[in-house]
Ligand binder design. Structure first.
Ligand SMILES: [Fe+2]
Length: 335
């Protein structure tokens, strides 16, 4: 059945047909009601009658939006929402919580679980359709952002995997830096940013001359100056990308040193962004312990001693270096 607004806009129904909406409710007649309403507007409807089924369905069908009932037996809507928002692959799917509850505390609980919108039952059809339409738009925008993110991460992956000398360096730095950030008690958001910046920190090397980058031996002054451009180039590459905004200071400053002897800005102490201080320590550790064609990688304990000596000379933030040494000595890291 076509709605009046679809007849006015013949393209609308075709557009909507590409949109999958997952309806989750233990009440079958509610599901049928929503299915009838939304499919009449051309949306594809997927159905789940409990939280567990919804979570496993989401893994395979990637819906554009989820309409999620709050009150369900076993796993309620809050818990389903928390699980969806806690996972990288599903956290960008907008969730509208359907609730018979008008209590403000329940709304707060929903917001804390990560819900994007709420609709009170019994719902008003125009309101429901308007909210769905607006969240489809949000989801489309998020997908465009995701595409940009994927492009830059693919580029970093190619660089990381194809470098014959430092193979896998960025992945290792990212993995260790995020563990260090967690042990320092940083928030999950800060940890995610450090994970991403750790992976992208050397992306500016895409513009570094490969003969210089792969030179088997010490660089001359001119070559060293050329390589030193990579943090600034990396910042420039990532700066048009909205998601990368919090990562830029870490990319730019990962070669700064606590005593001001680093580059590109010669920052000192706490003026160096915390994430850059973390990534800088892990970056050097990986460089020391990795083999090069002209030298063997240092054993872990030797590298850690070298870094402690350097900290004594003011190169590293001891507040970060000592917890780093501790977690590396616990042997939970890949090295
Ligand atoms: Fe670097």
């Amino acid at each position: 059945m076509l709605a009046a607004e679809d007849i006015k806009q013949p393209g609308a129904k075709i557009e909507a047909a590409r949109v999958n909406i997952l309806v989750v409710d233990d009440n079958h007649s509610n599901v049928e009601l929503l299915e009838a309403l939304l499919s009449s507007r051309g949306y594809n409807i997927l159905k789940a009658y409990n939280g567990e089924d919804a979570l496993s369905l989401v893994e395979t069908v990637h819906p554009h939006i989820i309409l999620l009932d709050v009150m369900m037996p076993r796993m309620d809507g809050y818990e389903v929402c928390r699980k969806l928002k806690g996972k990288d692959t599903t956290r960008f799917i907008p969730v509208i919580m359907l609730t018979a509850l008008s209590d403000i505390d329940d709304k707060i609980k929903g917001i804390e679980a990560g819900a994007d919108d709420f609709i009170s039952k019994p719902f008003q059809r125009p309101e429901l359709l308007a909210r769905v339409k607006s969240l489809v738009r949000v989801k489309n925008l998020l997908e465009e952002l995701e595409d940009a993110r994927n492009v830059i991460f693919s580029l970093a992956t190619v660089l990381d995997v194809n470098d014959p000398y430092t193979h896998g360096h960025s992945r290792r730095v990212s993995d260790i830096a995020v563990n260090l950030a967690a042990s320092l008690g940083l928030s999950p958001q800060e940890q995610n940013n450090i994970r991403d910046a750790g992976f992208l920190h050397d992306i500016g090397k895409v513009a570094t001359d490969k003969d210089v980058l792969h030179k088997p031996g010490a660089l001359n002054g001119k070559e060293y100056e050329h390589v030193k451009q990579h943090p600034v180039v990396g910042e420039k590459i990532c700066s048009p990308l909205k998601f990368a905004k919090p990562l830029l200071p870490m990319i730019r400053s990962h070669h700064e040193r606590f005593n001001g002897t680093g580059y590109p800005d010669g920052l000192t102490g706490a003026d160096i962004p915390l994430g850059a201080r973390i990534i800088g320590i892990v970056d050097l550790y990986d460089a020391l312990t990795s083999a090069r064609p002209y030298r063997r990688g240092m054993p872990q304990e030797v590298a850690l001693e070298v870094m402690k000596l350097e900290a004594g000379k003011g190169y590293w933030d001891r507040e970060i270096l000592m917890p780093f040494v501790e977690i590396m000595q616990q042997g939970t890291q890949p090295h």
